[in-house]
Every structure is written in C-alpha cells, then in structure tokens.
Design a protein around this ligand. Structure first.
Ligand code: NDP
Ligand code: GDR
Length: 364
C-alpha cells in the first residue's frame, strides 16, 4: 500500500451496486471502506469474496458498522477514514416497500444524504472529498417527456422517489452553496445475478429456473405492462466512478436507451430456459402457460402499487459524450447471465431436496 492509493468510502457496500463498485475500485488500486449496518443475520454475502483476514498486512478493504439514520456513526466513519471519494449508495431501495415504510425511507434515503454532506462540512472536508449521490430514474415518475434526460422535469410517484428527490436537490444545493464536488448519477434500472430477489427481474429469473426444475409451481407478478430501461449493474458502477473523475461536478443520466415490458422480460427469461409462454386474458386475469398448458405465471394484485411508474426510457447522450461511457452488456446478455446463475442455484436446491432435505423459502 502506498500514499498514492486513493481512499473511497461506500455506503450500501453490501448491496448489489456496492459489491460491484467495491470490486471495481479495488481493481483500480483504491483503499475501500464500506459501511454495513448491524443485522441479526449476516448481510455480507455479496462482498465476502473481497474480505480478507483483518490481521493480514496490506489490506485494502475495510468494513465499518454504521447506519444512514445515525449521524454520529456516519460522521465518525468519515473522520476516521478521510475519504477522497464518497459513494452514497445506501438506501431503502424498494419502491413498493416505501409505501409501507414511508417515514423510514425518507429518513435513510433523504436525510441520510444530508447527514453525509453535513458531516463533510462539519469536519472541514467539503473541499477534500468528492461526493456521488445514487439518484434514480424514479424521479421522472409520471413521465413528462420520452426519452428522459438530465433536463426532463421530475414527477415522483412513491415515497421512495420523493425521498430521492430531496437527496438529489440537497446534493445540487451543497455543490452550489459550498462549492463541493458533489454530483448525481440518475441511473435507470440496472440488474445482475446479485440483484435483490424481490426486484422484478431477479424474481422472474429465479422463479422460472425453479419452475423449470419442478421446485416451484407458479410465478405471481403485478403490473406486466410496466416498461423499464434495464442495464447491467457492472456497467453502471464504472460510470459512478467516472463521474467523480471530471474537472467539474455534473449530473448524468445513465441508461441503455432500450425499453422492454415486464412481460417481455418474462418471455426472454423463459426462452433462455428453453420454455415458451403463451399468454391469455388481460389485466388481473392475464395468465401465462407453458408448452404443456400448465399455468406458470399469474397476476396477483397484491403486487400493484398505489401509484405506478408505467414507462421509463433513458437518453444517456450526455454521459456518452462527456464521459465517453458506453454500456457493454445487451438486454439479452443480461437476461442470459441472470438465468444461468439462477438455474445453477436451483440445481443446488434440487440436489438438496433429492437428498431428503426440505428446502423452504418464502417467495415474495
Ligand atoms: P440494494 O437494495 O441492493 O442495496 C442497498 C444498500 O443499502 C444495502 O447495502 C443495504 O444494506 C444498505 N442500506 C439500506 N438501508 C440502510 C441504512 N439505513 N443504513 C445503512 N445502509 C443501509 O440497492 P442497489 O445496490 O440496487 O442500489 C444502490 C443505490 O442506487 C440505492 O440508493 C438505490 O436506491 C439506487 N438506485 C438503484 C438502481 C437500480 O436499478 N439498482 C437504479 C437507480 C438508483 P443491507 O444489505 O443490510 O440491506
Ligand atoms: P423499480 O423496480 O420499481 O423500477 O425500482 P422493480 O423491479 O421493483 O419493479 C419494476 C416494475 O415491475 C413491476 N412489477 C413488479 N415489481 C416487483 N418488484 N415485483 C413484482 O412482482 C412485480 N410485478 C410487476 C413494478 O410495478 C414496476 O413497474 C428499481 C429499484 O432498484 C429502485 O431502487 C431504483 O431507483 C429504480 O429501479 C430505478
């Protein structure tokens, strides 16, 4: 380890993006500090491969207990680690859950960002540390323009998106008020084999792989008509880093520029598994059948949201021009990678079952 190593602090390091970003920054030679929150079960599955025995010399990856709702922990960790760059990825990131836990979502997603920015000011680090805010296409909500770009007006449609709207603007405000290098990445949906299992893409790939092996009967989904612009998380974290390497801080949209419906995603994942789904009915009555006429996809209104974001499609021209950024993974490659990994997991579960162990898992 030498003095040239840059120091990064990642909040949300145990999440999908946190894991990919930590790996990316370690490969670039960074010293990486991550904040994890205390949980009653281990929550470090996604980063265990990066973790080394803390007694080893020349360690470059460290974890600290902290929470976005606890200023004292955030301030202490920032003071101790003295980061050159902070990537604020931690959030209650599930849109549907934000309707159930709106206050907590606001606390962690909106005030959490403020807590970090204020900690930097209190510690006199506002000119030393660069700040990345994980903003989201959910800000566009009820879309005012297609495709959406940096200048498209926001119209958030969930407590999650409203909280993220605050985080977006407080980042802009601290940049303008205190001359901080702070910027927003307005990222459209990005997925991967380590995507949380209750987001729709992973829910689909996991369930169809299990249905294929006879471990599950049916996949229950909400709005099949919702359209999203899906990319690969591995491609998108590179841009999070690029945004902090510019001369001036700016906000960027990151998207693939291609849009598919939830139903399209189901069809693509099924096709990867050699399955073909026929659809019948409409709205809540819509159903999907396999080649043998077996019902395998049903709509369950439980998954409808009080206010839905029907369509998102991003225009990442600014990032492509100014950051020379290009997504590397196509929609088909993304679906294929996710299906392959979930099929392997299902095969492991099948083996466990075949040896007489009961495999029980709550399928949300
Ligand atoms: P995940 O849900 O996979 O990860 C969220 C991370 O935040 C986890 O590490 C989680 O910890 C942590 N976290 C949640 N609440 C707290 C808290 N109170 N204190 C400390 N840590 C907390 O999200 P993604 O990796 O997919 O997304 C990263 C960020 O990007 C999020 O802010 C999300 O809102 C945003 N975003 C994501 C997009 C996407 O498509 N993935 C698109 C646009 C924006 P734990 O592991 O313990 O749950
Ligand atoms: P989203 O992702 O809300 O876009 O937020 P999610 O995968 O949860 O939903 C995408 C769309 O699919 C519809 N849908 C379902 N969604 C879930 N989770 N479960 C279902 O059974 C289901 N059926 C249909 C949803 O209604 C929605 O229209 C994600 C998160 O990562 C946010 O943190 C991030 O900011 C945005 O992407 C960009």
């Amino acid at each position: 380890m030498n003095k040239e190593n840059k120091v990064a602090l990642i909040t949300g390091v145990t999440g999908q993006d946190g894991a990919y970003l930590a790996e990316f920054l370690l490969e670039k030679g960074y010293i990486v500090h991550g904040i994890k929150r205390r949980t009653s079960l281990f929550n470090t599955d996604r980063i265990d491969h990066l973790y080394r025995d803390q007694h080893e010399k020349s360690l470059r990856f460290f974890l600290h207990h902290g929470d976005m709702t606890d200023s004292s922990s955030l301030t202490r960790i920032i003071q101790k680690t003295q980061p050159d760059e902070i990537y604020n990825l931690a959030a209650q990131s599930h849109v549907a859950v934000s309707f159930e836990e709106p206050e907590y979502t606001a606390n962690s997603d909106a005030l959490g960002a403020l807590r970090i920015l204020e900690a930097l000011r209190i510690l006199g680090m506002e000119k030393k540390t660069r700040y990345y805010q994980a903003s989201t296409s959910e800000l566009y909500g009820l879309v005012q323009e297609i495709p959406q770009k940096e200048t498209t007006p926001f119209y958030p449609r969930s407590p999650y998106a409203v909280a993220k709207l605050y985080a977006y603007w407080i980042t802009v405000n601290y940049r303008e008020a205190y001359g901080m290098y702070a910027c927003n990445g307005i990222l459209f949906n990005h997925e991967s084999p380590i995507r949380g299992e209750t987001f729709v893409t992973r829910k689909i790939t996991r369930a169809l792989a299990r249905i294929k092996l006879g471990l599950q009967d049916c996949l229950y989904l909400g709005n099949l008509d919702a359209k999203r612009d899906w990319g690969h998380a591995r491609d998108y974290v590179e841009m999070q880093w690029l945004m902090l390497q510019q001369e001036q801080p700016e906000d960027f949209v990151i998207a693939s520029g291609v849009q598919y419906s939830v139903r399209d995603f189901v069809n693509a994942a099924a096709s990867e598994l050699g399955m073909n789904i026929s659809w019948s009915g409409q709205g809540v009555m819509e159903k999907g059948y396999d080649e043998n006429g077996k019902l395998i996809v049903e709509v369950d209104p439980r998954y409808f949201r009080p206010t839905e974001v029907e369509t998102l499609l991003g225009d990442a021209t600014k990032a492509k021009t100014k950051l020379a950024w290009q997504p590397k993974t196509s929609f088909q490659e993304l679906v294929s990678e996710m299906v392959i990994e979930d099929l392997k997991a299902a095969e492991r579960d099948e083996l466990v079952k075949a040896h007489g162990f009961k495999y029980m898992r709550y399928n949300e």
